[in-house]
Design a protein around this ligand. Structure first.
Ligand code: SAH
Length: 288
């Protein structure tokens, strides 16, 4: 992994809050104004542009209904929509306030195709191309909560960046997030998705996550977002003593995968707990 490939993006919460800001006077959308920053949020521009492209007829009808398209976009991207998602997560047992906060500020709709954006805050995995998916919000929250276990996280490794959503959520919970993707177009896409959010503490790597990042290890937590038949030994070795690894483990085709927690108890002692039944795309070797 070359250092040129490691990328950094500054994401600021103020930007995310501003992204969800709505103009005054829209029924059902009134909220207290968020901090206004002098630098324009590209998140707003991108979400709006995507919607406009898909609904040219609506935007053309500006004289009679100037905000039709805008209203739709804002409802879609609003903090309120995310808050409802977070309420569901809470109701389903997610309790770590840092995780809930992270889920409430990261704009998941910006990590899926515009055509799927209306489904972005449903608890569903969605296609991101190359036969891969963005994980369900409930699974993202569960994995991060398990990995953190209430601890302050310094260095975290994610295997399987995909579109970059989980990395963005992790970036709100950990000091430094490293994420590896083996499919180059997805690695590029994650970079593109994260750039407007300006996340300062994510480093994306293109490579085979099964070998981890030995030069950066040890990690306080490792989250694997794809299912292997076992947890790669290299990743177990790169976990700090006292660290926690969360991974789906199991066969791909019709067989049960189990969300597995591995705690490193000592230099050569790990404890494995098998938790929820899950379904993930496969953890594969090599890069494409
Ligand atoms: N973290 C994502 C989920 C991505 S889906 C989210 O935010 O929702 C799982 C990803 O793991 C896919 O993009 C797939 O290409 C990737 N993957 C599978 N095997 C891998 C490996 N050995 N190294 C790195 N990435 C891998």
């Amino acid at each position: 992994m070359t250092s040129e490939r490691a990328k950094r993006f500054p994401l600021e919460l103020a930007d995310l809050k501003r992204e969800s800001r709505k103009p005054q006077g829209h029924a059902g959308e009134s909220r207290k104004p968020a901090t206004v920053r002098t630098e324009p949020s590209r998140a707003v521009a991108r979400g709006h542009d995507a919607r406009v492209e898909r609904h040219p007829a609506k935007t053309a009808d500006k004289s009679s209904a100037p905000n039709v398209a805008l209203n739709g976009t804002l409802a879609l991207t609003s903090e309120r929509v995310r808050e409802r998602m977070v309420e569901r997560l809470r109701a389903n047992g997610v309790t770590d306030p840092r995780v809930l906060n992270a889920m409430s500020v990261v704009p998941r709709h910006m990590f899926v195709d515009p055509g799927l954006a209306t489904q972005a805050y449903e608890d569903a995995a969605l296609p991101i191309g190359h036969h891969q998916t963005i994980s369900k919000p409930s699974v993202v929250a569960r994995m991060i909560e398990l990995a953190a276990a209430g601890r302050k996280l310094e260095r975290v490794l994610e295997i399987g960046t995909g579109c970059g959503y989980q990395a963005a959520v992790l970036s709100q919970v950990a000091r430094d997030v490293y994420s590896i993707e083996r499919i180059r177009p997805l690695y590029e896409r994650a970079k593109t998705n994260l750039r407007p959010l300006r996340v300062p503490n994510i480093r994306l790597h293109y490579g085979d996550g099964r070998v981890g990042l030995p030069s950066v290890a040890p990690f306080d937590a490792i989250v694997i977002a794809a299912a292997g038949l076992d947890v790669p030994q290299a990743l177990l070795e790169q976990l700090a003593v006292g660290g926690r690894l969360v991974a789906p483990v199991g066969a791909q085709s019709g067989q049960a995968q189990v969300l597995t927690l591995v705690e490193r108890l000592g230099p050569s002692q790990w404890r494995e707990s098998r938790l929820d039944r899950v379904f993930f795309v496969p953890l594969k070797s090599g890069v494409i």
